[in-house]
Design a protein around this ligand. Sequence first.
Ligand code: 15L
Length: 269
Amino acid sequence: MKTVLITGAAGNVGGWLRRLLAGVYPRLVLSDRRPPADLRPEEEFRATDLADLDSVIRTVAGVEGIVHLGGHSVEGSWEEILQANILGCYHLFEAARRQGVERIVFASSNHAVGFYPRRRRIGVDHRVRPDSRYGVSKVFGEALGSLYADKYGLRVTSIRIGNVAERPVDRRRLAIWIHPEDLAQLVRIGLEHPAVHNEILFGASANERSWWDDEAARRLGYRPRHRAEDHAAEALAAQAAMPPDPVGDRFEGGGFCSLEFSGDPDTIG
Ligand code: 15L
């Protein structure tokens, strides 16, 4: 794979992947609404409005693989999620199909399954359980990936990313944290592994407290190098200083679950 596009490249995760994939693929094309402040001469920037199909078609021209990080990255109003994540994601897949792109790595999220209670261990075959409109948009993206893989032969990998950071910052993140280098390893599997058709993978480092079965990723060769437990003392000290969240503390999605919550947590089994 020679030319890879990273959408949402001006964001935090985009910044990590730009650095970690530089030199791995000869040509990195970046898209976002505005260029990253530190655009390098070897990177090509294409300004893109994900809500405009023609703009996305121009952006994906000539690329072989796409890492789709673009869109709204937390909970938002329905209008925000609709434009950036639902329409935006559809435009991305449709533009890729029309321009003959071979592979898409879709940044899905742990919030696609955020309403699973923390005591349960889940695999990628468990039914989805979104905790927010944002989580629903990630489930939509995974469904588009399935459709475009089966119907049009695109090779798609959806990574249910936990929390990308240099270290886990609280108890929940001790389970779902992923170091940027481990995320880059998963992205490369999505862009390169010959067996990829339509994969859903959990995006976590080697975390002893993980709630996720990462068999699907390991089958494709994923060997995370970082361990959340190495930072446990720090993360638990930070947690001790936080106010309790009676709903969020029970479920995998944390604060995304307690936001606007008016249900009965005891019925969420
Ligand atoms: C996500 O999906 C978000 O994009 C990120 O900002 C974090 O909130 C992360 O999940 C998380 O759950 O920690």
